[in-house]
Design a protein around this ligand. Structure first.
Ligand code: NAI
Ligand code: MG
Length: 358
């Protein structure tokens, strides 16, 4: 099958980890007889340097004409002082919005071989397997007004939702719950926020369409506590944009390193944008130390969700698992008796495993 993929390396370690993911995809192409056609574009700080904006219309259009997008990460201290409206992160928000990617999926599963690498106790994280479904194109990150007033004496941000925006993310979450353990936890702040009360109403309305899925409502403060005290109670968790942003970073401690976790941003058709959950890690950029696994697993999610290549996606995941079980890791992970490798070295181990397991 031929697929067109846009590569947006971004800044910092973005380029290093995206190169690693493409190497893994080359093996998939060879082994499974696919053809992936790549086109690279700028986003974030490097786009600001070249074009004066963090995302050009040309790049947006290229993405619109592709089958999927792989993104590294954006930002870094070099652009800390650029005006707020052209910050690197604006490029990220804009591309999600322009492409209508309203659902952000973050699968979080403790790797068997890394249980001791998490700061949490092994018996607590052992059976955790969570899918966080975060609303991505509305809520408090997009609501207007968002501004300073009266010379900065007053400041306002707005949590704005239209009913259909909540309905479609809740539907997605129910659909994923149905494919998994059939439990949906909706997280809100309904004791304080009107938007959360409507969110809760919609979840309850929708639940009649999915009678096989068990529904639970949790306040975000309680949810943040339970995520690290009893993570195995969760299956699918659905929530507002900012709540989801915070909870998914919190949940990342289950796996031992931010560098391990992939994400998918999708919509109603098969198109999607795939990126690791971490940032551009300027502290280690260019040193060959970055953990490419979050990016490689993001490529696997692309194969699964956008290209319906389940066997190929599982093969990548198996290769990553085997690499970790053999004790290979990058410097961000502490593994007793393990072998510490560079970005390129661990990518080579993963591609070799992939070659031989398929
Ligand atoms: P970060 O995620 O870049 O780094 C946090 C810590 O984790 C650092 O010590 C870093 O070295 C380490 N780390 C992250 N990913 C790693 C990997 N793959 N391998 C090994 N170590 C890894 O978050 P930070 O430092 O808060 O932000 C740095 C820049 O990234 C900022 O400009 C921020 O705005 C941006 N950022 C971009 C995101 C994106 O593009 N989606 C998301 C979060 C932050
Ligand atoms: Mg975040």
């Amino acid at each position: 099958m031929e697929k067109r993929i846009i590569l947006l390396p971004g800044d910092g370690i973005g380029k290093e980890i995206l190169e690693a993911a493409v190497k893994v995809l080359h093996v998939v192409e060879e082994k499974f007889n696919h053809r992936f056609v790549y086109e690279t574009h700028a986003i974030g700080g490097n786009a600001i340097d070249r074009f004066g904006v963090p995302l050009t219309d040309e790049t947006v259009n290229a993405c619109k004409n592709a089958d999927a997008v792989l993104l590294g990460a954006v930002g870094g201290p070099k652009w800390d002082n650029v005006p707020a409206d052209i910050r690197p992160e604006k490029g990220l928000l804009k591309i999600r919005k322009e492409l209508g990617l309203f659902a952000n999926l973050r699968p979080i599963k403790a790797f068997a071989s890394l249980l001791h690498a998490s700061p949490l106790k092994e018996h607590i994280i052992k059976d955790s397997d969570i899918l966080i479904v975060r609303e991505l194109t509305s809520g408090i990150y997009f609501g207007k007004p968002s501004e300073r007033r009266e010379n900065g004496k007053v400041v306002v941000d707005t949590l704005y939702y239209e009913r259909y925006e909540i309905e479609r993310i809740v539907d997605k979450a129910f659909q994923f719950a149905r494919m998994r353990k059939k439990k949906l936890t909706s997280v809100d702040k309904a004791n304080v926020l009107e938007s959360s009360r409507v969110w809760r109403e919609i979840v309850n309305e929708k639940s009649s369409l999915y009678p096989d899925v068990e529904v639970e409502h949790l306040l975000v403060d309680a949810a943040s506590m339970k995520l690290i005290t009893n993570p195995s109670q969760f299956d699918v968790l659905v929530t507002e944009n900012m709540f989801g942003d915070i909870l998914s970073d919190e949940a990342s401690v289950l796996t031992g390193s931010l560098g391990m976790l992939p994400s998918a941003s999708i919509r109603s058709d098969q198109f999607g944008l795939y990126e690791p959950i971490h940032g551009s890690a300027p502290d280690i950029a260019g040193k060959g130390m970055a953990n490419p696994i979050g990016m490689i697993l993001s490529a696997a999610l692309m194969l699964r969700f956008s290209f319906v290549m389940e066997e190929e996606a599982s093969a990548i995941e198996a290769a990553v698992n085997e690499t970790l079980s053999d004790g290979y890791h990058t410097a961000d992970l502490q593994i007793e008796n393990g072998t510490k490798l560079s970005t390129n070295e661990i990518t080579e181990v993963i591609t070799e495993k992939l070659q031989s397991t398929i």
